[in-house]
Design a protein around this ligand. Structure first.
Ligand code: MG
Length: 461
């Protein structure tokens, strides 16, 4: 193993040391309120502050009053696994959610896993989940069994049937009216904040949109020059404005950390900006998402950072800020408070893995991204005869994401030592994953592809 990489023990020790040098937040300041707003399938290029023509003034204000990340990653290119990582700080393949969950699925996020909400509860937090859960909808898997005091929303995606609107564990509308959802979620959020009293709270607000089918209220329908998708995103922007104005009206915004992001890249509509790929792909467009953080006087104002960070970092960061214990199991993320506060410009970190289902397909280290496996078919296309197969690339591709964020120019031949270092580290890391990951990794490698042969396509069209 190269000296350039952290081994896991050193990495955890370093993470512990980071926690130890910031006792002030946990011990002396009151724990902050936390608002985490997560969109569904909102692309990297879908906000005004990321270059979109969609009008998002309230969200853009989070950027101008806080910090905007340009290299922030969801841990997976689809909905359920991504949410699993957001809430546990662990790769979804470790926590029982390697793929999207459907209404017929009986399971969900492993019951042995702790969530941000369950960690914050012992610190006196009131917790609520408003929106799309998608981590299991049968007994014991809904938010109220996973650390949330209250739940209001659709338990999975809006394109699935049935589509019930739930309050806690009860169905209050067998078929949710999509047009009213964003407004109703917002109404619930405002009500929750106003009722918070003196207790710290965690408001987790995973919006149903802009996941298709798109629907917005009459007030926004047909108003955006960018069509239905623009209407929906502009209504979410309105919702963010309502949450922020409620925090201000109640005098809470100075002790509230507000985070805004997306679970994965854009699907059939929406824009990944200049990134390659979309939802369901391990190209950057599938997994690099907008991420904004705002906390008056604490998070650096008006800052854009290129620091590498991801959704797995949120649990350890929030645990630090709230003085909460970390889960008993190792987390894959690191505390990024020093990036949010502006104390540091970057943090050395372990190689990041890009999974789709059980398959690890790419790895990121510093500015480098190595692609070494890919499906034989584009995401969401009808599976070819024999099903969709994960194939090793005949020659791994290396991209310098600082110089080439579009992943269009393979520099593996010029950097054989980087290719070798990342590949070796991936081999080591995979050993620490569940059997399904190790098995899928070995099976993929066993599918030999000759250079130039069909199968390892550079990009499905
Ligand atoms: Mg999604």
């Amino acid at each position: 193993m190269s000296k350039h990489f952290f081994d896991r023990r050193a990495f955890l020790k370093a993470a512990g040391a980071t926690l130890a040098v910031h006792p002030l937040t946990a011990a002396q300041a009151p724990p902050p309120n936390i608002v985490l707003i997560l969109c569904d399938d909102l692309g990297y290029g879908d906000l005004g502050c990321y270059g979109s023509g969609i009008r998002t003034p309230n969200i853009d204000r989070l950027a101008s009053e806080g910090t905007r990340f340009t290299q922030f990653y969801s841990a997976n290119p689809v909905c359920s696994p991504s949410r699993a990582a957001w809430l546990t700080g662990r790769y979804p393949t470790r926590v029982g959610v390697p793929r999207v969950l459907f209404p017929q699925d009986k399971g969900g996020l492993d019951k042995s896993e702790q969530t941000i909400a369950s960690l914050l509860k012992p610190r006196g937090y009131h917790t609520i989940c408003i929106g799309k859960w998608h981590l299991g909808h049968t007994s014991g898997y809904l938010p109220t069994s996973r650390g949330f005091d209250e739940y209001f929303g659709i338990p999975y995606s809006n394109d699935m049937n049935p589509r019930p609107l739930m309050h806690n564990t009860s169905i209050i509308e067998p078929e949710a009216t999509l047009e009213t959802l964003t407004a109703r979620y917002t109404e619930q959020a405002v009500k929750f904040i106003e009722a918070s009293g003196g207790n710290p709270f965690f408001l987790y607000m995973p919006h149903t949109f802009p996941h298709i089918p798109l629907a917005s209220s009459a007030r926004f329908r047909g108003k955006s020059p960018l069509g239905d998708y623009g209407d929906v995103v502009e209504e979410i922007d309105w919702s963010v404005g309502q949450v922020m104005s409620t925090l201000k009206r109640r005098g809470l915004d100075k002790n509230t950390l507000v985070l805004f992001s997306s679970d994965n890249g854009p699907w059939y509509q929406g824009s990944p900006g200049l990134l390659r790929g979309r939802k369901g792909e391990t190209y950057e467009g599938g997994v690099r998402v907008p991420f904004l953080a705002r906390w008056t006087g604490r998070v650096r104002t008006g800052k854009t950072t290129r620091a590498l960070a991801g959704s797995v970092d949120i649990l350890p960061t929030l645990a630090h800020l709230a003085g909460a214990s970390l889960p008993g199991k190792p987390v894959d993320g690191i505390d990024i408070w020093s990036l949010l506060s502006g104390e540091k410009e970057s943090i050395d970190r372990e190689v990041m893995l890009y999974f789709d289902n059980w398959n690890v397909q790419c790895a990121r280290w510093k500015q480098w991204k190595l692609h070494f496996a890919r499906y034989n078919n584009a995401a969401y296309n009808p599976a070819p005869p024999g099903g969709r197969i994960n194939l090793p690339l005949a020659k791994p591709e290396l991209y310098n994401l600082e110089a080439d964020p579009n992943e269009s120019y393979d520099v593996a031949a010029q950097n054989p030592d980087v290719v070798s270092r990342i590949a070796q580290r991936v081999e080591t890391l995979v050993e620490g994953f569940p059997e399904e990951v190790r098995k899928a990794f070995a099976e993929t490698k066993s599918r030999q592809v000759r250079p130039g042969a069909a199968g390892a396509l550079p990009r499905p069209v």
